[in-house]
Design a protein around this ligand. Structure first.
Ligand code: PBG
Length: 324
């Protein structure tokens, strides 16, 4: 195509024309809103590193969830902060654990809102690691049954989907097996399949109080330098029975989202993580960027890269803007 026969600017002339040929569109249908639940009553405490995100007790959380549902957002992702942490993350798989209580309360009030639960031990262990420790190392195979037990207890509480974020090898298979044996063949697994050892999780760890007491997460989360490995990782989770595969973080990993979209035919989710959110919030608060416009551009780019589903702390803001 050559100028002057073809002039790309013609179809950009008016908003009406631009609207007609727009290739990517954001929809509230694809959003998942992450929420943090704590013990207590009437608790609503802002997370300093993540403005407009809160630690909420179950009563307040149910009110919040009902606003989320009213905005048309189909799903929330729940993270719990336990009362007491221990060596083996016992409160992660307690029937009366905080996430289990929250799921029961929300599903009772809002049966139509999909409740997805994060399955990991890091918020529940006193050392802040995603698994049990044997001889100073995260013990993969000793952790698997605890993750399966956690997923099962979430399903028993009424979770609509479970989302393992721990990055232990083989976890999707053991979770699938456990759910199937206990009558939850219908509960899907969204695996954090290509989850990188990212510094973008900083604000979340303050939110979830899950900073490791020693070491870091590089023995199980992926090296940011690797892309081929993401294809292998996702392939394993697909073979083990994942129903949705996630790439995390999103913005620095658009190439990974794109490659996973090309390679597999399952729904692809992208987690636009806490650091991505907080950077936009901070720059907007300083008056350096237009926060709303940057947010929409970032979300659009994640979708354009190939994500079907986006997990984002901006979900409510996006839903409000799209609803206008
Ligand atoms: C682990 C988990 C983390 C996030 C989601 N699930 C933290 C981690 O791996 O250290 C990060 C989410 C975010 O940064 O928004 N339970």
């Amino acid at each position: 195509m050559y100028y002057p026969a073809y002039r790309p600017r013609r179809m950009r002339e008016t908003e009406t024309l631009r609207r007609m040929v727009r290739e990517t569109r954001l929809s509230v249908d694809n959003l998942i809103y992450p929420l943090f639940v704590v013990h207590g009553k009437k608790v609503k405490k802002e997370i300093p590193s993540m403005p407009a995100n809160y630690h909420m007790s179950v009563d307040i959380l149910v009110e919040e969830a009902s606003q989320v549902a009213e905005l048309g957002i189909p799903a929330i992702m729940l993270f719990g902060i336990p009362r007491k942490k221990d060596e083996v993350g016992s409160e992660a798989y307690l029937d009366k654990g905080i996430v289990q209580q929250a799921v029961r309360a929300i599903k009772k009030q809002l049966p139509g809102l999909a409740v997805i639960t994060d399955v990991c031990l890091c918020e529940y262990t006193e050392h802040g690691h995603c698994g049990v420790i044997t001889d100073g190392r995260i013990d993969n195979d000793a952790t698997l049954p605890l993750l399966a037990q956690t997923a099962l207890s979430h399903a028993e509480a009424g979770a609509d989907m479970v989302a393992p974020s721990d990055m232990m090898d083989g976890r999707v298979a053991v979770i699938r097996d456990k759910l199937d044996r206990d009558g939850y063949t219908h509960i899907p697994i969204m695996s954090y399949a290509a989850k990188y050892a990212s510094s973008f999780y900083g604000p979340f760890r303050q939110a979830a109080l899950s900073t490791p007491a020693f070491g870091d997460r590089r023995s199980h989360q992926m090296d940011p330098a690797n892309a081929l490995e993401a294809i292998r990782e996702v392939g394993m989770d697909v073979d083990e029975g994942a129903d949705v595969v996630m790439v995390k973080p999103a913005l620095s990993y658009l190439d990974i989202i794109h490659r996973i979209r090309q390679e597999y035919d399952l729904p692809v989710a992208a987690y636009s993580v806490s650091g991505e959110y907080s950077m936009i919030k901070a720059a907007a608060a300083a008056g350096w960027i237009d926060g709303e416009k940057v947010m929409l551009e970032v979300m659009l780019s994640i979708k354009r890269a190939g994500a079907d589903i986006i997990l984002t702390y901006f979900a409510k803001d996006i839903a409000k803007l799209l609803g206008k």
